[in-house]
Design a protein around this ligand. Structure first.
Ligand SMILES: [Zn+2]
Length: 471
């Protein structure tokens, strides 16, 4: 089967082939750490995680880099307003971000470079652009990219060449540039702003240059895949291409993938408009991180997705169905012959899952294949046509597919500490063959909403989701 992606650059569905056979290099634009990220941001990071997990499932080695923007106008504004240093503000929100990522089971990228730790690389890139005539200085010590020097500008966003820049993070007083389309690579020093002394002078970097400098620093001048939210296509990614390719003379990124917006109440989720929810807000309603992950994962990444109480409740029901089945399969005991039709059922579910995700990560039919399998297995469990070995084979396949989805089983770290302790005590009681104590602890855990099964590999447990009655 061939993996194909819809490349934003050109818009075609293209077969995927990494530059280095067997190894995929991926860069994702990360958060600006001035406030906790909202679930709309996490939709885009969960999409990048699906990509990363699926590539690994397909057998590729993956190097994944995500930047942390830890200097920009909003960070400076908020640190000043709160009377704390920029480092204190950004360290706090970086820690929250990584914690949110872990709870949502987003694989932690191989590298998470901070912009402030790569100022020299950015200055080096800007120096090259000045040398090659693609950038110019203004009186206040700022440096701009000269778009007129780069005829390929606008290919990614398919811009009308005469179109002016809109929605850019441009300050009103950046009047001294030669062309309204030109963007800041470097901002001259200002009172009350952080500033670095570099080979291109005193000041701080513009936003766009950090992603070019850090992606090429860790992945080389040309790499395979760049992801981000759809709102980053223009100008951020258009600018990344221009400044990177103008500096290196090489193609920057082969495949651009962009995730559509998350909507809530029919409107785009955005901090600016106040229409947003953070993961914490969702957990406060009793939903689990894996239900939230499922709700954010379950639509195609290029389609806009409406988030609601109903979609979250449906997600909780769905992940509960999967964990209940796994738990049932783990505890299932039946002698006699194997079910001769099971191997075909399992392999066709696996094939359908792969064929769907190969098609530009088309998640809906992939989930359809998983839940069709769930229904079919539940039927066979009820009819007791499976042998114990069949049940183990089915559980192995489901857990294999779940290395891509990461929703099936509860994380131990999501349990309250007291409950985790009960699990440890019960494991110890079993080892000590104190069955009465193990039984008492099982009941205590059940009252805390945690169901325990004993299997050949020791105890397995799952937390019951707060699930509404099925409609
Ligand atoms: Zn970026």
């Amino acid at each position: 089967m061939t993996l194909r992606f819809r490349n934003t650059l050109g818009g075609a569905l293209e077969p995927f082939q990494p530059l280095e056979p067997g190894h995929v290099r991926v860069y994702s634009c990360g958060p600006t750490v001035y406030a906790p990220a909202h679930i709309g941001n996490f939709r885009s990071f969960i999409f990048a995680d699906l990509l990363r997990r699926y590539l690994a499932w397909k057998g590729y080695a993956v190097t994944w880099v995500m930047n942390i923007t830890d200097v920009d106008d909003k960070i400076i504004r908020d640190a000043t307003a709160q009377g704390i240093s920029i480092a204190e503000l950004t360290e706090r929100h970086t820690a929250t971000f990584i914690d949110d990522m872990r709870r949502l089971r987003v694989t932690i990228p191989d590298q998470m470079p901070r912009a402030t730790a790569h100022i020299a690389e950015m200055a080096g890139l800007i120096g090259t652009l000045l040398q090659k005539g693609h950038a110019y200085r203004t009186d206040d010590g700022s440096i701009f990219f000269r778009i007129a020097s780069w005829p390929g500008y606008g290919r990614l966003a398919r811009l009308d060449p005469d179109r002016q820049r809109v929605g850019e993070r441009v300050e009103a007083d950046e009047y001294s540039k030669d062309d309204v389309r030109d963007f800041a690579l470097w901002k001259g020093p200002r009172v009350g702003e952080p500033s670095w002394s570099t080979a291109v002078g005193e000041g701080r970097p513009g936003w766009h240059i950090e992603c070019s400098a850090m992606s090429m620093c860790y992945l080389g001048p040309s790499f395979d895949i760049h992801t981000g939210g759809i709102d980053l296509v223009f100008p951020h990614h258009e600018d990344e291409i221009a400044q990177s390719e103008a500096a290196t003379g090489q193609p920057f990124v082969r495949t651009w993938l962009h995730c559509a917006h998350l909507q809530m109440g029919g409107q785009k989720m955005a901090k600016r408009s106040g229409n947003f929810a953070r993961p914490e807000d969702i957990y406060a309603t009793g939903a689990s991180p894996r239900a939230l992950r499922y709700a954010l994962l379950a639509a195609h990444y290029r389609a806009s997705l409406e988030f609601s109480d109903e979609s979250l409740a449906a997600a909780a029901t769905t992940v509960e169905r999967l964990s209940t089945l796994l738990s049932t399969l783990d505890g299932y005991r039946q002698g006699g012959d194997d079910d001769v039709t099971l191997p075909v059922l399992l392999s066709s579910a696996r094939d359908a899952f792969e064929a769907s995700l190969d098609d530009d990560l088309n998640i809906s039919p992939a989930l359809g294949a998983v839940f069709e399998l769930v229904r079919e297995l539940n039927r066979r469990i009820a009819a007791r046509t499976l042998s114990s070995a069949d049940a183990a084979r089915a559980a192995t396949l489901l857990r294999d597919l779940d290395t891509v989805l990461a929703v099936a089983e509860e994380d131990r770290e999501d349990l309250p500490a007291a409950v985790a302790t009960l699990l440890d005590e019960r494991a110890a009681a079993r080892i000590g063959r104190d069955w009465a104590r193990a039984d008492a602890l099982r009941q205590e855990l059940a009252r805390a909403g945690v169901l325990v099964e004993d299997t050949r590999d020791g105890q397995r447990w799952r937390r019951q989701e707060a699930v509404r009655d099925e409609v």
